[in-house]
Write a protein that binds this ligand. Structure first.
Ligand SMILES: Cc1cc2nc3c(=O)[nH]c(=O)nc-3n(C[C@H](O)[C@H](O)[C@H](O)COP(=O)(O)OP(=O)(O)OC[C@H]3O[C@@H](n4cnc5c(N)ncnc54)[C@H](O)[C@@H]3O)c2cc1C
Length: 370
């Protein structure tokens, strides 16, 4: 097999192909934007085709539930949890339900230099590090293998990630008798930014402010939770400072310039109400219009229940989470990524050429601050 995918728009980098290759002939390699793609070592390939057949991006059905999903407004009962979560703390509630049963949680965390990677949590403290959206593609590493090993030991597992990662895990475990112990939780995903831009941004912040980053936070509720403010307000601190500083340039690059997202996000197969997960979590944008008494300036989650497994999980959250079923039409109106992917901007290639040649400070000046 020469390639797993024909065009970069057909690969989300989930790595399922590499984990399933019976010869171990596929390595995930970063391209010049820092996104991972499978690279087949031809000398070891036996042309079995498993990599293509199980690619969740290319396979019919994409490992989705048949639906229809049920939509809920949800809010954690603890004000402290709301303060430390992106929206209404749904992730904390569903992960606590699994941890309480002696289960294991997988989600996006930081390493010591704030690179984003999936980690495993057995305690609430380890899980807490997964809270708050990280607007960078997370490196899954050996996560799928670890999930399988936990399931084989009889542990319950909650995997949380982007929809393409969720579909990757489902493809990896397709047909396994271990599935009844697995809960898959995905996000409604706007798109996923480049790890190399994130690297360059961290370096720039450290250079401009002369110090080492000791805290980063992509979203905050410093101006309250709202569609207009929540994704702004990237906060950081250096050398253990207690007062957090603010910078909105990464937000501008991600949400306004849009040139830093993965090419496959423009042809995402997961922007609909049929999900490759048991539950989907997101912000309940628009709740103030549809059910004002539900609005809370500390956040409200949207929880989509996509399967019986998902319904059972939500039931187990009752003690921690307030929730109420809502019409699907509200979220279909508010969430673009339940109906279509976002297009790549026409200046994407030029942006990356400029970034490679002149660096991040230059593209920030010319694309964000112009
Ligand atoms: C890249 C990205 C795009 C998003 N786009 C939208 C959108 O268009 N509309 C919308 O309503 N919501 C979007 N969200 C989801 C939203 O930001 C919140 O994560 C969601 O509402 C859950 O909030 P919470 O309070 O329940 O969870 P929190 O406690 O904030 O938990 C965060 C959860 O997100 C997971 N996560 C964080 N970063 C990543 C990452 N880089 N890759 C994979 N998983 C990650 C963690 O594992 C954890 O499960 C997006 C999130 C991400 C990471």
């Amino acid at each position: 097999m020469e390639r797993v995918y024909e065009a970069k728009t057909d690969c989300s980098g989930c790595g399922t192909c590499a984990r399933l290759c019976p010869q171990g002939a596929i390595a995930m390699q970063a391209d010049e934007e820092g996104f991972l793609y499978p690279d087949i070592q031809q000398e070891n390939c036996i042309d079995c085709g498993v990599c293509k057949v199980r690619c969740p991006f290319q396979q019919d059905g994409h490992f989705k539930e048949a639906g229809p999903a049920r939509f809920y407004a949800a809010r954690h009962r603890s004000r402290e949890v709301l303060e430390q979560s992106s929206s209404g703390g749904a992730f904390t509630a569903v992960s606590d339900a699994v941890l309480r049963q002696g289960g294991v949680v997988y989600g996006a965390d930081y390493d010591e230099t704030f690179c984003v990677a999936h980690k495993r949590a057995e305690t609430a403290a380890q899980r807490d590090r997964m809270r708050i959206s990280k607007y960078v593609q997370s490196d899954l590493g050996e996560t799928f293998i670890q999930v399988k090993a936990d399931l084989q030991k009889g542990r319950k597992v909650l995997f949380s990630g982007t929809p393409c990662q969720a579909a990757g895990l489902r493809s990896f475990l397709q047909g396994s008798p271990l599935l009844p112990n697995l809960y898959v939780c995905d996000l409604i995903c706007h798109s996923i930014p480049s790890p190399y831009i994130w690297e360059a941004y961290k370096t720039l912040l450290e250079k401009e402010n002369t110090g080492k980053l000791t805290h980063v936070q992509f979203r905050s509720k410093k101006d309250g939770w709202s569609r207009a403010n929540s994704n702004k307000g990237f906060l950081f601190s250096l050398d253990g400072e207690t007062v957090l500083r603010e910078d909105d340039r990464f937000y501008e690059l991600f949400f306004k310039v849009k040139a830093i997202t993965r090419p496959s996000c423009s042809s995402c197969r997961f922007t609909d109400v049929q999900r490759a997960s048991d539950v989907t979590i997101a912000d309940y944008w628009g709740i103030e219009k549809y059910q004002p008494e539900w609005f809370d300036s500390l956040g409200v989650s949207l929880v989509m229940v996509n399967s019986e497994q998902g319904a059972a999980l939500l039931k187990q959250c009752r003690e921690d989470l307030l929730f109420e079923e809502r019409p699907a039409a509200e979220s279909l109106q508010e969430q673009q990524r339940l109906s279509r992917p976002g297009a790549l901007p026409p200046e994407r290639e030029r942006f990356w050429e400029d970034f490679r040649q002149f660096g991040l400070a230059y593209v920030l000046k010319n694309y964000v601050q112009k």
